[in-house]
Design a protein around this ligand. Sequence first.
Ligand code: MN
Length: 738
Amino acid sequence: MVAAISEEVPTDLEPIFRSQPRLSPEERAFVVRAYYFAAEAHKGVKRFGGEPYITHPVAVAQILADLRLDAPTLAAALLHDVAEDKEDIEIEDIERQFGAEVAQLVDGVTKLKKLPTNTDAMKNGKAGDREAETLRKIFLSMNNDIRVVLIKLADRLHNMRTLGYTPPEHQIKKARETLDIFAPLANRLGIWQMKWELEDLSFRYLNPEKYREIAAQLEIRRAEREKYLETVKARLSKEITAAGIPIVQISARPKHIYSIYRKMERKRIPFDQVYDIHALRVIVPEKAQCYQVLGIVHSIWRPIPSEFDDYIAAPKNNFYQSLHTAILDDQGKTIEVQIRTPEMHENAEYGIAAHWRYKEGTAHDKEFEERLRYLRRLIEAAAEDVSAEADAQEFVKAMRSDVFQNRVYVFTPKGDVIDLPSGATPIDFAYYIHTDVGHRCRGARVNGVQVSLDYRLQSGDRVEIITTSKRAGPSLDWLNPSLGYVQTSRARHKIQAWFKRVGRENNIALGRNVVDRELRRLGLLAKPREEVAALFGFNKVDDFFSAVGRGDISAPSIATKVLEADRKAQHEAAAAPLAPTTEPHTHPVNASDGIDIMGDSGMLITLGRCCNPVRGDPIVGYITRGKGVTVHRADCPNVINSSEPERFINVTWGTSVERAYPVPIVITAYDREGLLRDIGAITANENINIADLRVQTRNSIASIFLTIELESLEQLSRVLAKIEMLPNVIEARRRVSV
Ligand code: MN
């Protein structure tokens, strides 16, 4: 025996045992022993702030005791940093002293710290990879024993609380990492308390001005706000009691600075208009009473319909349950009200950690197991979709998109509930049901109505996939991110896998079709394919087609590259002198390039090659016989030294701002009502201006000629593709010769 079991509890541990009163005397003695072991290991070591190191593991254990975690977790929390300060302490020593369970927890936490590892990504030393690798490890350990992650979160929380003592670069780095990784993780695990504290602490370092501003605004009106909420509370309590419903608790809800900031940003509203500045929480014993209270709230005040959420019937993806509503009082003030039962409240505050408190109870254990299974399923699905050789970044990307996002809950025709990341489409749904259903998916009905495959599923939708019986595969368009057909990495990987499998020959054929289609749209069908391949660095045109067919090169990128090359070629052609002149160092430009000539317009204008004026430079024009006007910078030596000042005229840069790319296009379609409106909606959606429009109809086939003004070339392919997807449209392409 290393240390005799002492009856005496060290003062450091007293608050911990007060927070977690459920420990047996043996368990307490066990935790005390871990404390002495850690205190010995950290003896003489100080933290950044100058206090003894042992205060840190004690604080971490305290956070976990507040979550009412079990004795092995508390012991492991006390021991989590010992290997760091005492190099001669091995995990085997901890196992010998405290058993395998604690040793595994400590080992898990230590492994999360030991970075970098020797994955390829690490060797490349990319900055983001280190964080990605951390995350990946966290997710994987979450899969083994979730308590490892809880200790890690508590460790991070205490480090964030004491971050003020560390160097500024370190503060920013840790705050960023916390906001990006640890706060979402706490949210995913449903530990609301930790989530908001991690967010507020990070925000304080990442955006100190905004943090102080919001904190100050909260402080200024605190007294006024509290008084106001007291009267609201009194009124509501009276009505609830009158209805015969016992109130467990009714209180003003704490305000979280970061969530107020997020609301201000997201809704672009000032501080005063954030709904939950005035927020009440009502806790009543039974679920049915929650709805009764909701009815009472809505009968006293006018509800704001868009702010009502029933998270009891449809819990959030982290199992959060509550009724949320917002109302307008007689003076037009908004008040947010949350209504829940004590059990829902506990789940909201402690999340997944709540379940260790009932270790003895079997009923809760079952629910807990279900939660864990759910999390594991998500993690495994994400891990499975990422190929074995994929690096940490990709894994994390998959986790981020599939696990962390908000989710929508939809129904199969049989009534099974399926949850998908928000933004998921019928294609994501189809691949979720079965890979084969995804491959054969040709259409979808939502709530009985046919929808397009890029439809965004909404919670409550009943989704039915229309499949083809033919042996067919997915469309390459589904992989085109700008068309938004696919949201989940699962569907994306299944589609990519299909295209990989169909092999090179198929890829070449597919790729050739895509290239043909893009070039046709651009009005450049005659362009040699070798030239296009060369733009992407391919010597062999088949290799290029194959890359396109595999989905490695997207259709929009082909259009962009080709158009850019074309413009460059045109520009160079234009830059060459049109005719021999006495002044060869000039090149013609036209007025639309931004030059207005004072007085006589329509003169040929050229920019002086000697001084290359650019927009914004002070300029003067110089009249050259038979050649029009050459524009020079005002400080050009040729101007200053000129012997013929009478040949200078005033010129100014035109007033046009950043010029759009005007592109003439033609759309062929079977004429129908509303077609122009639909086209207009697509261009409006892309923020594209239509400069000119002409329609010709012959034998019920309409040719629509229009010029669209693009902000960037990559818009072109997307807009043409979207127009071609409209009903009745035969094709949409660029016009080359007008
Ligand atoms: Mn630590």
